[in-house]
Design a protein around this ligand. Structure first.
Ligand code: FE
Length: 212
């Protein structure tokens, strides 16, 4: 639990650790902009709300669902994620470079930022608090299989687990496999199966209830 920005953290009201350098700089910058009358704290809250509620993680879910129904889009997404995401009408001009890594039989991907908390926020919104925590950041690399099990995902030993370390310049997103039993579903219905955690690689998409 290293996150310290009060606006971000609705899941705990106090700060268990001092803010990191980046967080301290963000807080200082925010205070300065408010003090100078350039920004109000309401505006800051509004921006954060946009990332929490309006952006993520539904944009990512739309991207995944499109890739599930359109093999050509899937290929373009893996080749050049920024361009492919732009096809969905999302503004990609200010995005860091995005790379989409696809799960397939025998290969499971998960993402981490070992250095800090780099995250594909442009399509997943704000990162969950645990993503920024030192234990996740170190253990995802050292013992990904154990971490996955703690998230309730048990991978058989013959599945290769690939861990992708994000950076300020390059953010990763996982393309989960389309669950079976989803043949008749629309793209919008499929998007509803895609969880944030499945796009981080620590979860799997929902499996639809059996239909008559
Ligand atoms: Fe980072």
């Amino acid at each position: 639990m290293s996150s310290g920005h009060d606006h971000h953290d609705h899941d705990h009201g106090h700060r268990p650790e001092p803010p990191s350098d980046v967080e301290a700089r963000a807080l200082a910058l925010e205070s300065l902009l408010i003090e100078k009358g350039i920004l109000t704290s309401e505006q800051v809250d509004g921006i954060i709300r946009t990332f929490e509620q309006d952006i993520g993680p539904m944009l990512g879910a739309r991207v995944v669902a499109r890739a599930w129904v359109d093999p050509d889009f899937r290929r373009r997404l893996i080749e050049d994620a920024n361009a492919a995401v732009g096809e969905l009408g999302l503004n990609t001009t200010n995005l860091a470079r995005l790379s989409v890594v696809a799960n397939e039989p025998g290969v499971h991907n998960m993402i981490v930022c070992t250095l800090c908390s780099c995250y594909p926020w442009m399509i997943l919104g704000l990162p969950p608090t645990w993503y920024k925590s030192p234990p996740y950041r170190s253990r995802a690399v050292r013992e990904p299989r154990v971490v996955l099990e703690e998230f309730g995902v048990v991978m058989s030993e013959d599945v290769e687990i690939r861990v992708w370390d994000s950076s300020a310049d390059l953010r990763y997103m996982v393309l989960p496999e389309r669950p079976s039993g989803t043949d008749g579903m629309t793209e919008a219905e499929l998007a509803g199966l895609v969880t944030r955690d499945s796009m981080i690689g620590v979860g799997l998409p929902h499996v639809p209830a059996a239909r008559a």
